[in-house]
Ligand binder design. Structure first.
Ligand code: HEC
Ligand code: HEC
Ligand code: HEC
Ligand code: HEC
Ligand code: HEC
Ligand code: HEC
Ligand code: HEC
Ligand code: HEC
Length: 413
């Protein structure tokens, strides 16, 4: 063989190899990296097509632990009981993935979620019991008496369907019943294709819903020492540590999930964030929950993985005092409101008199905010977004009551 021929053959060979490598590099990683033939067939075909039109979705999936563990597109997109499949480019798919699909592999998380206030109570807070089956109502009522078997929210009804759909429902649909008989949306915290604990552990994930004047948790957290430290040291935290191995070496600064859900240093993970709560802080007048003592011990146990008892007890003692004082302030104004109704000076449906808004803001914004701020390190929220407007609104309402009474007492001429 002549040298020139060998040379040409080597060039052609090298070019072919380069071409194959180049073509391969344009194919999604899910196609090239996955070993299982079943995975390559299903996910490869879906990914090849969809990465052309929805690169972002396929890429998010590629970043997931699911992709790493050979969970494929069809594992989520095939029909479970109660769902219908449709023909889709040679596959049978279910486009509407719900908790039913996640549940097929994560039953334990589903059951914990199902007994939480993120499930049925969330949706019932807006729409009442009407969208649930009798069985679903009975199940949820066992854990949260009165939280599901109730009428639709009066304020939502006044605001109307369009406001409910883009407003209330965007947050409260985390617990909306699905047509397949399951409840809720796991992807509210895990996202649809990343399915990640890292995303679920970010304060901003909870803050999508836990924000604003009536539940300022993200704002409180951001100004707390914990929030400040999180933002300063985020890069040093191991946010993707597997939950059953999570320690304070990974998360030495807490996020919402750490205190309310995580299994820190061997504690059990919970998908029911009520497990560690002692009070109904969101209520007009705050009372202890059933099992408050156990719940408080559990939350304190989380704190104590990072703190000494002294600092933790101080926070709880000060929090208890704010709850008690706020209850007293609100009860006094509530008595005035009830008296005005009894005297016939406030009449008609709820939310039809200006003074009712003053009172609603008093407990629903400022009362809650003061209590939440006290337990989660938000001094500004206890004070300027809490107690100051409580005082201001109390003075206004008492003044308004005086005026209503004197107008009413004036003889008709
Ligand atoms: C040959 C290309 C092709 C393949 C292969 C393919 N898809 Fe699609 N897919 C599309 C197109 C185009 C659309 C949007 C229009 C439509 O619904 O047909 C779509 C839409 C979808 C939707 C949204 C449907 C809706 O109603 O909102 C889902 C979910 C989906 N595909 C999942 C998959 C899964 C899972 C696979 C693999 C089992 C797959 N696709 C395979 C081309 C493809
Ligand atoms: C962990 C479960 C899971 C896996 C795995 C999964 N999906 Fe999905 N997918 C979902 C969920 C949840 C939705 C949202 C469904 C809905 O809103 O009704 C969705 C929606 C979609 C949509 C419509 C998205 C849009 O924004 O319009 C497409 C397309 C899609 N998936 C394609 C894929 C492809 C391709 C794969 C594999 C590469 C895949 N999915 C793997 C859970 C999954
Ligand atoms: C076919 C089974 C299957 C389905 C369906 C499924 N998963 Fe998974 N999931 C797994 C496996 C396997 C793992 C890896 C577990 C491990 O390594 O311990 C996992 C891990 C996870 C993790 C932990 C990820 C991490 O960052 O450590 C989350 C969160 C998760 N899944 C959420 C979901 C959600 C939400 C859905 C539905 C949209 C879903 N899964 C559907 C099998 C599944
Ligand atoms: C930005 C997200 C968001 C929107 C929008 C929203 N909520 Fe909420 N809602 C929440 C969160 C988060 C809580 C839990 C607050 C807490 O425990 O401190 C909550 C709590 C509640 C509660 C008290 C808990 C209960 O079960 O009784 C009611 C009632 C309620 N919301 C009704 C509504 C209604 C009605 C609307 C629309 C008019 C609405 N919400 C709009 C996020 C939202
Ligand atoms: C309110 C937000 C939220 C919702 C809703 C939610 N999760 Fe999670 N999930 C989390 C957090 C936070 C973690 C990580 C806990 C930790 O830090 O240890 C987690 C962890 C997980 C894990 C890993 C558990 C382990 O022990 O390895 C799985 C699997 C999972 N979730 C599945 C689900 C499923 C299925 C649903 C729906 C039924 C769901 N999640 C709904 C926040 C949520
Ligand atoms: C999609 C919106 C949404 C997201 C995301 C969300 N929540 Fe919630 N959360 C709600 C709603 C709505 C309620 C009120 C449920 C009710 O009582 O009616 C609630 C209630 C709670 C409660 C109070 C439960 C009780 O018993 O009073 C805690 C604690 C909580 N969420 C923690 C979290 C944490 C931690 C995260 C993030 C890991 C998170 N939530 C993410 C919507 C959300
Ligand atoms: C350092 C731990 C810690 C962190 C971080 C934390 N919380 Fe809390 N949270 C608490 C404590 C303690 C309470 C009050 C417990 C009780 O009632 O006994 C509480 C109360 C709540 C409540 C009130 C439920 C009710 O009764 O109204 C909600 C909702 C909540 N937290 C959500 C969040 C969210 C969302 C974040 C992140 C933005 C967050 N928390 C961050 C410790 C924490
Ligand atoms: C994962 C670890 C972790 C957990 C869990 C945790 N904290 Fe912290 N906390 C920190 C760190 C780190 C700081 C800043 C410490 C420092 O500067 O020495 C801090 C600071 C504080 C401070 C401010 C101290 C000051 O005056 O500067 C208070 C108060 C506090 N935490 C209370 C709590 C309470 C109450 C809980 C439980 C409800 C809790 N923490 C849970 C890590 C944690």
């Amino acid at each position: 063989m002549k040298f020139a021929n060998v040379f040409v053959a080597v060039i052609i060979g090298a070019t072919l190899i380069t071409l194959v490598v180049m073509i391969n590099s344009f194919r999604p990683a899910v196609v090239t990296k996955q070993p299982s033939p079943e995975f390559v067939r299903a996910t490869g075909k879906c990914a090849e097509c969809h990465s052309r039109t929805q690169y972002s979705i396929v890429h998010e999936f590629e970043l997931s632990v699911h992709a790493e563990k050979n969970v494929n597109c069809l594992d989520c997109h095939s029909a479970q009981q109660g769902q219908s499949a449709q023909e889709h480019y040679g596959f049978e798919i279910n486009p509407h993935v719900t908790a039913a699909n996640c549940r097929s592999c994560h039953e334990q998380e589903y059951q914990q979620f199902l007994r939480s206030r993120h499930a049925a109570p969330s949706w019932a807070a807006v729409s009442g019991a009407r969208d649930f089956t009798a069985e679903q109502i009975a199940h949820a009522e066992k854990f949260h008496p009165g939280a599901v078997d109730r009428p639709p929210n009066a304020l939502a009804a006044l605001e109307g369907e369009a406001a409910i759909a883009s407003g209330c429902a965007s947050c409260h649909s985390v617990g909306k019943p699905n047509a397949d008989g399951t409840i809720g949306t796991c992807t509210a915290c895990h996202t649809r294709h990343t399915s990640s604990v890292e995303v679920a552990r970010l304060p901003s994930t909870c803050g999508q819903c836990h924000m604003g004047p009536d539940h300022s948790q993200i704002e409180i957290y951001t100004e707390s020492k914990h929030g400040v430290m999180f933002h300063a040291q985020r890069d040093q935290l191991n946010l993707s540590a597997p939950p059953n191995e999570l320690t304070t070496r990974d998360m030495f600064v807490p996020t919402c999930a750490t205190c309310h859900m995580s299994g820190l240093n061997g504690m059990a993970v919970t998908h029911d964030p009520s497990d560690r709560l002692g009070y109904y802080l969101f209520a007009e007048i705050t009372e202890e929950r059933p099992g408050a003592a156990r719940a408080r011990e559990e939350m304190k146990a989380v704190c104590m993985h990072c703190h000494t008892e002294t600092i933790v007890n101080r926070v709880y003692e000060q929090g208890d005092a704010v709850v008690e004082a706020t209850n007293k302030k609100i009860a006094a104004v509530r008595a005035t409101m009830e008296a005005l109704r009894a005297e016939g000076l406030i009449v008609g449906e709820p939310f039809t008199n200006p003074i009712e808004f003053e009172y609603f803001d008093l407990w629903h914004y400022y009362g809650r905010t003061a209590k939440h701020g006290a337990f989660m390190g938000g001094a500004d929220f206890v004070q300027w977004h809490g107690n100051y407007p409580i005082l201001e609104h109390a003075v206004r309402i008492e003044d308004e009551a005086k005026k209503l009474r004197s107008e009413h007492a004036a003889p008709d001429q």
